[in-house]
Design a protein around this ligand. Structure first.
Ligand code: F0G
Length: 471
């Protein structure tokens, strides 16, 4: 959208639900490049079956206006207008816009903190190390930034049902936005492989929740067939509106860094929508001269769900190598990632890399992010584990600046956290040489309800040293 002559606040004062500037975006196939104005229900190219992405010729016109755009976005942070309170719609000049503000479904998503990580910085030797915590979104994950955009277009099109396949976070987010919009939602999740915390969110928001006897890849396959047969609108990240909303992570991050790009951005990879969205945003920001150069965008996967790692290593990114996924980081337990081609392109365009990390490395990194007083869910912790590998291999140098994208809140997977601290996850006998995990565990202690018992517990804790190992 081009910048309008009147300020947004003026428009809000005149009309509580103003018509927005006419949409000028299109869908472009990432395979054959065909451009179409309307996408089919499966969001695939009718010619070559590849995925679509959203483009808008008006975005290019923004390039001579990068400086006023930065000022406008910053000014909106002090506005109380509904669109401006959202950390997604605040950046609407680089997003597809619904026809009217009336269609916008928002829970005040985005506006997430950028934290310094002093402890992990000492651990890794990387002096300028930050975490962009998307777990601080309304439903506790980065999915909300994409869901506000995609659910707004679902509402505009008048859909009664929205649906997704999910490892948990997408379903929680979709169910929340559907409830806000008065739409019904259908959730397909792999039975036994989704944390109760995420599943319970979908239940409270009123989704029809189906636990299927398959994995995430099986759920997504079934959904693809369903959208061709039943009148449901799919809200997986195959839906390119989702990725448009998820671009705002990068806009907001660069604004928080005063538009000075970091050397590296490191993100977990599952279905690979998020890395694709962040990469798209970086390229668009460079094209309109909001930033002068690109950060390297790198993706980390669990060893047991390493389809992208193998695709790049064994097939030079030219064809997908599917895997049978297994990891306790259930959010990224995905073996057939839908957006693999989009992710390969942005990794290669930015000079990034792809790495895998072990289950023990994930658990250790998660506890270390907890020790920062921040915390995250297991899938997010792959970023710190991956950074350590990158430092060892020399891909990341101590003098460079690094942003880890934490995708989900600590509260998303309490079972993992409890098992870890109780010592049930990767148990190692105390005193075993080489155990890195035990000093990070803080199991709860059960005591008689007496002052004496609590004072003794305090004294024992004091004697055993600091809560977290010194680094
Ligand atoms: N981190 C978390 C916490 C996630 O929930 C997901 C994906 C990812 C990382 C990976 O992101 O798929 O864009 O590469 N969760 C999806 C879901 C699959 O259904 O909630 P991705």
């Amino acid at each position: 959208m081009p910048l309008s002559a009147t300020s947004d606040r003026d428009r809000h004062n005149q009309d509580p639900q103003p018509a927005l500037p006419k949409a000028t975006f299109n869908f472009r196939c990432i395979g054959c490049g065909s451009v179409i104005s309307n996408a089919a229900q499966d969001f695939r190219c009718s010619r070559c079956d590849n995925l679509l992405e959203i483009t808008d010729p008006s975005w290019k016109l923004l390039s001579p206006r990068a400086a006023p755009l930065k000022t406008l976005w910053r000014e909106r942070r002090s506005s109380n207008a509904a669109l401006d309170l959202s950390g997604v719609w605040r950046f609407r000049e680089l997003l597809p816009m619904p026809e009217s503000e009336r269609h916008v479904v928002s829970l005040r998503e985005g506006n997430t903190p950028l934290y310094e990580l002093p402890r992990s910085s000492r651990l890794t030797g990387v002096l300028r190390l930050y975490a962009k915590h998307q777990g601080m979104n309304p439903t506790g994950s980065f999915k909300d930034t994409g869901m506000t955009v995609a659910s707004s277009f679902a509402r505009q099109a008048g859909h009664r049902w929205v649906a997704c396949a999910s490892t948990g976070n997408t379903s929680a987010s979709m169910a929340a936005y559907a409830a806000r919009a008065g739409m019904r939602s259908l959730v397909l999740v792999p039975e036994g492989k989704v944390s109760w915390s995420k599943l319970s969110q979908a239940l409270d928001y009123g989704a029809l929740t189906c636990q299927l006897r398959t994995d995430f890849d099986g759920c997504l396959r079934l959904l693809q067939e369903l959208v061709r047969r039943a009148p449901v609108y799919q809200l997986n990240s195959i839906n390119p509106f989702r990725l448009e909303g998820q671009k705002t992570l990068a806009f907001e991050l660069l604004e928080q860094l005063d538009w000075e790009p970091p050397d590296h951005i490191i993100v977990p990879g599952g279905n690979l929508g998020n890395s694709s969205a962040i990469g798209k945003a970086l390229l668009e920001m460079r094209d309109v001269e909001l930033i002068s150069h690109l950060p390297k965008l790198s993706v980390i996967q669990a060893e047991g769900a390493n389809a992208l790692v193998r695709t790049l290593r064994e097939a030079e990114g030219k064809q997908l190598i599917r895997v049978q996924a297994e990891t306790r980081a259930t959010a990224i337990r995905i073996g057939n990632p839908a957006s693999w081609e989009k992710a390969v392109r942005v990794i290669q365009a930015t000079g990034g890399a792809c790495e895998e990390v072990s289950e023990v490395e994930i658990a250790q990194a998660k506890a270390e992010i907890g020790a920062e007083g921040i915390g995250c869910e297991p899938a997010s912790a792959v970023t710190l584990a991956g950074l350590k590998r990158f430092v060892r291999s020399g891909f990341v140098k101590p003098g460079e600046s690094v942003v880890l994208v934490l995708t989900g809140n600590l509260l998303k997977d309490p079972d993992f956290t409890m098992e870890f601290h109780r010592g049930d996850l990767f148990p190692v006998a105390p005193g075993d040489a080489g155990d890195r995990l035990n000093p990070l565990r803080h199991p709860p202690v059960v005591l008689d309800a007496s002052l004496e018992a609590v004072i003794q517990a305090l004294e024992r804790a004091e004697k055993s040293g600091p809560a977290h190992p010194n680094v």
